[in-house]
Design a binder for this molecule. Structure first.
Ligand code: DGY
Length: 299
């Protein structure tokens, strides 16, 4: 058994080398489990990822080999919805900008409270568009209801959910003051929020992304935020993680960023670890994984 105990990312070459001859793998979303890697591991029998998203894994390559892939759904729903709402509120009310303003000693008599001092955008009573009505999207909708927001929803296959008005993606972008993304990163959702869709958003809207960076054209988003078409953004996930220093979103005052911490509470991470281990124990016992992404491997 090999355990990566060092801090920081596990280099792909070390992963490939250490996995050679292994039957099972417990990985994180930062490990790229590609087809070439899978092909180089004839003895591999199961993979358990401590994540709900599995865009870092070539699921088709595993399924073709009859290898089950475990993940950790459910347990991070509320924590991630909380994070999405925290970003939404921070972006709307300029909380991070205000925090820096005070800490940097700028709040002085000559730059103090005035009627338009740090004015932001109202959340209460505004319209929130949720793209992706899975468990996290629905949990965000519940929070929005508490803020008196009108909630529009778009899902690939329509879901009737109380309090959410189903609309087309085009209508959602046109009508929403806030848009929150909750779809998995798949070939169909790569660049879903492309330049045209960003341009079609309601002027002055706020975009929140706690899903995956690859869903959004970051350059188009930065331009829309720079030229004032969009009011602000709250971004927890980036196309390339860790984010590169020259990513245009990082230099904009109206963007609140975080380092992919949507599920980062002590309790939720412990629950995710538990599920990842449950999947491994099942696989080692010759049982189907209880939280399996590709259960067809068992039929
Ligand atoms: C996941 O598990 O896919 C999340 O992105 C972690 O926060």
């Amino acid at each position: 058994m090999y355990v990566w105990t060092q801090s920081g990312l596990l280099p792909a070459a070390v992963l490939a080398e250490q996995l050679s001859g292994c039957k099972g793998l417990l990985c994180l979303l930062t490990d790229q489990i590609s087809r070439p890697l899978i092909d180089s591991l004839p003895e591999l029998e199961f993979v358990s990822s401590m994540s709900v998203g599995v865009d870092h894994v070539d699921v088709a390559a595993l399924t073709e080999r009859g290898i089950p892939l475990g993940h950790t759904p459910g347990v991070l729903v509320d924590t991630t919805a909380d994070a999405a709402f925290a970003l939404l509120l921070s972006a709307a009310r300029r909380i991070v900008e205000a925090d820096q303003y005070v800490k940097q000693g700028n709040w002085r008599d000559e730059k103090a409270w005035s009627p338009d001092f740090f004015t932001g955008k109202d959340v209460s009573g505004a319209t929130l568009g949720i793209i992706g009505l899975g468990a996290i999207g629905q949990a965000v909708a519940k929070r929005a209801a508490g803020f008196g927001m009108r909630v529009l929803g778009f899902n690939r296959s329509t879901r009737e959910i109380e309090g959410i008005e189903n609309v087309s993606l085009e209508q959602l972008l046109l009508r929403s003051d806030f848009v929150s993304l909750h779809v998995a990163l798949t070939p169909e959702t790569v660049n879903l929020m492309n330049a045209d869709r960003i341009a079609s958003m309601k002027p002055g809207a706020v975009l929140v992304n706690t899903a995956r960076g690859g869903i959004v054209d970051e350059h188009a988003l930065a331009e829309a935020l720079r030229n004032g078409q969009l009011y602000a953004a709250g971004i927890d996930v980036f196309e390339k993680e860790p984010v590169e220093a020259d990513n245009p979103l990082l230099s904009l005052p109206n963007v609140v960023v975080a380092p992919h911490i949507g599920s980062a509470t002590v309790l939720t991470r412990a629950k995710m670890a538990d599920l990842a281990v449950e999947n491994i124990i099942a696989a080692l016992s010759g049982q189907p994984m209880p939280h399996c992404v590709n259960p067809e491997v068992y039929s």
